[in-house]
Structure formats: C-alpha cells, structure tokens
Ligand binder design. Structure first.
Ligand SMILES: [Zn+2]
Length: 76
C-alpha cells in the first residue's frame, strides 16, 4: 500500500455490484493482487463472458494471462 494514486475511482465501495453491460446481470468479481496491482476478473454467467481490469484499466484476456503468468512464477 504505497500511497493513493488518485485515479478518480472510489476504492473499497462494495455497495453496488458491477453489472454486465450487455444483459445487466450481476457480475461475479474476483480480485487478485499481481505485483502490487489489483487484477480484477468480472464474469457474467449469462453471457459467459469475462472482463479483466488491471489497476482500474480494462485489459484483454491475453494481457491478463501474461500478467498472471509472469508473476505467478515468482517465489517470494
Ligand atoms: Zn451478461
């Protein structure tokens, strides 16, 4: 936790779950920490679609897998 970056996003607000842009079903959200950044997977069970965000930025699946793959290999 090295200071706030102030990207305009409200962190820690768990009141309103994210909804799917397509069908407005509540998304299943899984957050993991990769190299100090939040990697978030949002999954819509109806569309069977997954969206990935890294540190608040939308990324594609390939990028997500790359991030996870690079850092999963590290042992601390
Ligand atoms: Zn959906």
């Amino acid at each position: 936790m090295a200071g706030e970056k102030g990207n305009g996003q409200a962190n820690g607000a768990r009141s309103a779950p994210a909804l799917c842009e397509a069908c407005e079903v509540e998304l299943v959200t899984i957050t993991m920490t990769v190299d100090g950044s939040d990697l978030v997977m949002e999954s819509c069970q109806r569309c069977d679609e997954r969206r990935w965000h890294l540190a608040g930025e939308r990324i594609d699946l390939q990028r997500a897998l790359t991030e996870v793959g690079e850092h999963a290999g590290r042992r601390r």
